[in-house]
Design a protein around this ligand. Sequence first.
Ligand SMILES: [Zn+2]
Length: 199
Amino acid sequence: MKKLCVILDNGHGKDTPGKCSPDRSLYEWQWTRDIACGLYQRLLEEGIEAQLLVPEQTDIPLSARVARENQTTTEAKRAGKETCLISVHINAAGGDGKWKSARGFSCWIAQSASPKSKQLAQLLYAEAEARELQGNRSVPAEKYWVAPFYITTHSSCPAVLTENLFQDNKEDVAFLLSDAGKQTIIDLHVQAIKKYIAI
Ligand SMILES: [Zn+2]
């Protein structure tokens, strides 16, 4: 059983251009902020320590976000605790403002990811799969995806980035905007974190 503080990063601030559904009903920065805040509350209710990495509405540079993560991780270590970082995003299949067919959840880690990052990513994917959010794309055998995202590459603790369905898929957007959809996304993160703490 880990003593864990979960660091929650919402992907973008309100200054990020684009990053919305073709009909502009969903903005990635707003949705990921809602989810990060909802997830933060749920974790506290479950007795799990958590931190919002970016309480501001504006865009905070990635280097500043990583500096905050480093500080939290260093302080947690001194207190005998571990940290992990989850960066919450929504995927997009194109950038041309048109609806696309790609759907589904994915979880991403850095090339240099630790075994714990891989474990956390696999737990998150398993919870998404259990909720039938695997979508319609091919899935790697490892059940996680690898990319050199700045936040996962430079964090000093186990770090993953969740792409919560697609902001340019009509069905995914309807799901993401529904109360049931938001609760499902929060719930899959909470259950994966609880399993991660237990191993
Ligand atoms: Zn994003």
